[in-house]
Write a protein that binds this ligand. Structure first.
Ligand SMILES: Nc1nc2c(c(=O)[nH]1)N[C@H]1C(S)=C(S)[C@@H](COP(=O)(O)OP(=O)(O)OC[C@H]3O[C@@H](n4cnc5c(=O)[nH]c(N)nc54)[C@H](O)[C@@H]3O)O[C@H]1N2
Ligand SMILES: Nc1nc2c(c(=O)[nH]1)N[C@H]1C(S)=C(S)[C@@H](COP(=O)(O)OP(=O)(O)OC[C@H]3O[C@@H](n4cnc5c(=O)[nH]c(N)nc54)[C@H](O)[C@@H]3O)O[C@H]1N2
Ligand SMILES: [Mo]
Length: 794
């Protein structure tokens, strides 16, 4: 259609947008995104940006209240959450209801009965980030039950302080940089591969993408990559990595088999193990199978882990072969190769998102110590390469402060983030967490903004039942996502495309500009919390009298006070971004993890009790956990290939991060929908696995175990080891009446079991299933349709 000659010409605006998967230039007109383009400071554009064009689809248009809750009050027919119509109400009505309910629950049941942890990835704006808006609101309101840790790296976060005396995130920033790797590393052994698509993403904002560039440079420089994991394509084929398929969850066994080989073949660096490590004697005894007394005899406290650890079997390459499925000769050869070369050992985070997920991170460090290469340029220990885009970029981070969030008030419980179902199920029940013992509160009200527990949590059918216990659930969401439709009150939030913000993305700071008016009656999370705070008499405390745009300037000026080289605010807004002073997109300050400690462990001790790397932790021993021994160890998971339950469920489910989206975000939109097979999430399996079950490419299959089931569309691919099947996370949970997820969300199958009492992290990657052809007409997927809405005129 051609425009009428007298129609005004549409002006196309170009503005910048920062996201967790990179910064972009958006061309927009009349509130529509016409094009998503590469940002000039980004050498490589993430294809995930395309989803931004779909920000106006499937939106929550007006505040909406679940019918029974509105009619009969809090606690009414909670089993109908997710199944009954919503009544659309005015903002004033919705805000009055929510404010009154917060006040009621607080006065009747106390602040601990409100759960406000609000885990999730929300937006990348420093100010607009929904979870920090919520934390500010809840803490100024007097506090609530909160959470600690992440679904991403909980086990690593818990373990790092004991092992090397620094936090996981602090350690991440001190990692050996790619520039050093290119010059020095000969062998880069990667447990869980190094997925290029995962590397597009960094929490809080990805700066320029340079992962592929660095991997290419390393390859040219002669670095050899080894991919230990269930999927060949956890490395780009172009990298030519050597693939070592392993039974998932068996990495510790492989590492111990390698350590055993190094010790018995005289290749262990015994000197380094004495000068730089604490507890080698104990670990050595575990590896050599010298018995409990030799390994733990010096410890005079309780030893409840004794029965969970096998102290008598030598962890030979042959033993490791029986656990991992990798031939003993191959394990021995790898051990010798690692000892002969400058070797860097890397773990993806997937290896710790599993039962006893503390152990792979600890054992890999032990392996790097046995090799004696910790702190050497290009050798030793690495982590999270391939899980987050900025890893190894060796860059000084730019700090842009976010919305100020007050300290957590002492008093209300703090749970490990992934223990939410246990908390809802068991008020008053005791829990152990990282040396503390607490009791779960009795949660009456759940408040969530910027996260999707019906994406991220394990064993979703169990969460559905526990989710019925609170009296009220309030959610801020832009979209009719799985969590929005399971709320009692849904407050429609804007997306970052409908508001201004500041993105602080590692090496660059981006002025994010609204490209559209708020869709429907949606409002910024800030606006929503400010109106609620007013109703609860702390409006002024929450806003400090500022509009959102005024906050942005304050935040920028705080940044500029510490970075005087950054231009004045109006110049920043005009240019749309600033590069952090002195940073190039391929910034390469030279950095080696633990280099100073290696050079002089006496002058530069670690902040551990011994000052050394702890391969034995008295502190952890003192906790007396039966599921987390005080040294790296092979611990049987609750299920595994070749182990428990594999007779009934002979396939391992790999539920990794999706290449086509960020978690569950924009799963409803065209870019993610284009990847679906037979209308649901694809499941990849080896052709032999499919053939043995009469399954063909494109078939709808049913994956099942004792916990649940889901449907998925088959893709045959020999990049998947025959004993595994792979479904990416994030399909919008769509349970049929029997709990089978029709859309293909793997968390209908995963187990909700903490990694151990230490980290209490999620165990999503420990999961066995069986697969069968789905007979008959597959049911349609309904989760992408909005719920039934009834309009109330008020
Ligand atoms: N099986 C299995 N499960 C897993 C994992 C796994 O490996 N396997 N990985 C886990 C990991 S590492 C993670 S980090 C989690 C991720 O879990 P989440 O972070 O919860 O997942 P997202 O889909 O990113 O959810 C973000 C939600 O915020 C909403 N949102 C976006 N912008 C805004 C905003 O401005 N305001 C508001 N109010 N809402 C907004 C989005 O629409 C979306 O619903 O999943 C975990 N789950
Ligand atoms: N495109 C995209 N990128 C993302 C995200 C996203 O949603 N989309 N999410 C981001 C987030 S929140 C996080 S935390 C990171 C997560 O980063 P990771 O935790 O590293 O990512 P995963 O995709 O879960 O796992 C990577 C690979 O590990 C392998 N693997 C699984 N289990 C095992 C095992 O037991 N042993 C071994 N050796 N290998 C195993 C699988 O083959 C899998 O493909 O990714 C980030 N990157
Ligand atoms: Mo994550």
């Amino acid at each position: 259609m051609t425009a009428a000659p007298d129609a005004p010409a549409t002006t196309v605006r170009t503005t910048a947008m920062a996201t967790h998967f990179g910064s972009f230039l958006l061309d927009s007109a009349d509130g529509e995104v016409l094009d998503v383009r590469r940002h000039p400071a980004d050498p490589e554009q993430s294809h995930l940006g395309e989803s931004l064009r779909h920000f106006a689809e499937n939106r929550v248009m007006r505040p909406a209240v679940r019918q029974s809750w509105l009619r009969d009050g809090p606690g009414a027919a909670t089993h109908l959450r997710g199944h009954e119509p919503f009544v659309e109400v005015s903002w004033d009505h919705a805000l009055d209801l929510v404010a009154a309910e917060l006040a009621r629950v607080r006065s009747q049941h106390g602040r601990s009965s409100i759960f406000g942890g609000s885990y999730g990835w929300g937006s990348a704006g420093r100010f607009g980030l929904a979870s920090s808006q919520q934390h500010r609101f809840m803490r100024l309101a007097g506090g609530c039950t909160d959470q600690k840790g992440t679904y991403s790296s909980a086990a690593a976060e818990a373990l790092f302080p004991y092992m090397v005396g620094m936090g996981y995130h602090a350690a991440l920033a001190r990692q050996t940089s790619w520039s050093v790797i290119c010059e020095n590393t000969e062998l880069f052994v990667c447990f869980g591969g190094m997925r290029a698509t995962n590397s597009h993403v960094t929490y809080g904002g990805q700066g320029p993408h340079h992962h592929n560039d660095w991997v290419g440079r390393a390859r040219k420089a002669g670095v050899e990559f080894v991919n230990v994991g269930p999927l060949r394509d956890d490395f780009d084929p172009a990298v030519g990595a050597h693939w070592l398929p392993i039974r998932p969850g068996a990495d510790v066994a492989l590492m111990l088999g390698i350590i055993h080989t190094l010790v018995t073949d005289g290749l262990a660096d015994e000197e380094f193990l004495v000068t730089h490590c604490h507890g080698w004697a104990q670990l050595r005894a575990h590896v050599l199978g010298e018995g409990f007394a030799t390994a733990c005899g010096d410890w005079d406290g309780a030893t409840p882990w004794r029965d969970a650890v096998d102290y008598d079997t030598p962890k030979t390459a042959g033993w490791a072969a029986s656990v991992t499925g990798i031939e003993a000769a191959r394990i021995r050869a790898l051990a010798h190769e690692m000892a002969a070369k400058r070797t860097l050992v890397n773990l993806s985070l997937s290896t710790q998102r599993a039962h006893h997920g503390e152990q792979p991170y600890w054992t890999a460090l032990a392996l790097a110590c046995v090799l004696g290469q910790v702190g050497l340029p290009g050798g030793g220990y690495a982590f999270s390469f391939g899980t987050q885009g900025n890893t190894g970029a060796g860059q000084v981070r730019v700090r842009v402060p976010g919305l100020p969030v007050p300290m957590r008030q002492p008093g209300p419980p703090v749970i490990a983030v992934s223990r939410i179902t246990e908390m809802l199920e068991g008020p008053g029940e005791p829990f152990d967490f990282d040396g503390h013992r607490g009791r779960f509160p009795d949660i009456k009200l759940v408040y969530w903004s910027g996260g999707n527990p019906f994406h991220h949590h394990q064993d979703l059918n169990r969460l559905v039942r526990a989710w019925q216990r609170p009296e009220t659930i309030v959610v801020h969401e832009p979209f009719w996502s799985p969590v929005a439709r399971r709320a009692d009150v849904v407050l429609p939030a804007t997306t970052p495309l409908e508001r201004n913000d500041i993105g602080g993305a590692e090496t660059m700071i981006v002025a994010m500009s609204a490209v559209a008016e708020p869709v429907g009656e949606s409002r910024d999370d800030y606006w929503i919390f400010a109106r609620l705070a007013e109703r609860l008499d702390f409006g002024e405390k929450f806003t400090e009298g500022r509009t959102a745009d005024e906050w942005l300037e304050v935040i920028y000026e705080i940044h500029r006070a510490a970075n005087p080289e950054s231009p004045p605010y109006d110049e920043f807004l005009r240019d749309g971004y600033v590069m952090a002073p002195g940073m190039s997109p391929m910034g390469e300050p030279r950095q080696v993890f633990l280099e100073a400690f290696r050079a002089d462990p006496t002058a530069k001790p670690l902040r551990t009790p011994s000052g050394k790397i702890e391969l034995w932790s008295e502190t952890i021993a003192g906790y007396g956990y039966d599921d987390c021994p005080p040294h790296p160890a092979w611990m049987e998971p609750f299920e595994r290939l070749g182990g428990a339950r594999s007779d009934r469920f002979p396939l391992h489910l790999v539920s990794n991060q999706p290449a086509a989206r960020l978690h569950s975000q924009y799963d409803h939109a065209a870019p993610s929908q284009a990847t679906k097979v037979a209308g649901r999430e694809p499941v990849r399996m080896h052709p032999d696995t499919a053939a043995a079950r009469g399954i063909a490419d494109g078939d709808v299959v049913r994956l099942f175990n004792d916990r649940g089931a889901c449907l998925a569309g088959t893709v045959l691919d020999d990049a998947v080891m025959p004993q595994a099947v792979q479904i990416s996370t994030g399909a919008w949970y769509d349970p049929a009446p029997d709990g089978t997820c029709r859309a293909g969300n793997p968390n209908a199958l995963t187990a909700d079991i903490g990694t151990s009492r230490l980290a209490q992290g999620p165990s999503a990657h420990t999961c066995l299933v069986e697969v069968e052809l789905f007979e008959g007409e597959p049911p349609p997927v309904k989760s992408y349709l909005p719920p039934e809405l009834v309009r109330l005129d008020n």
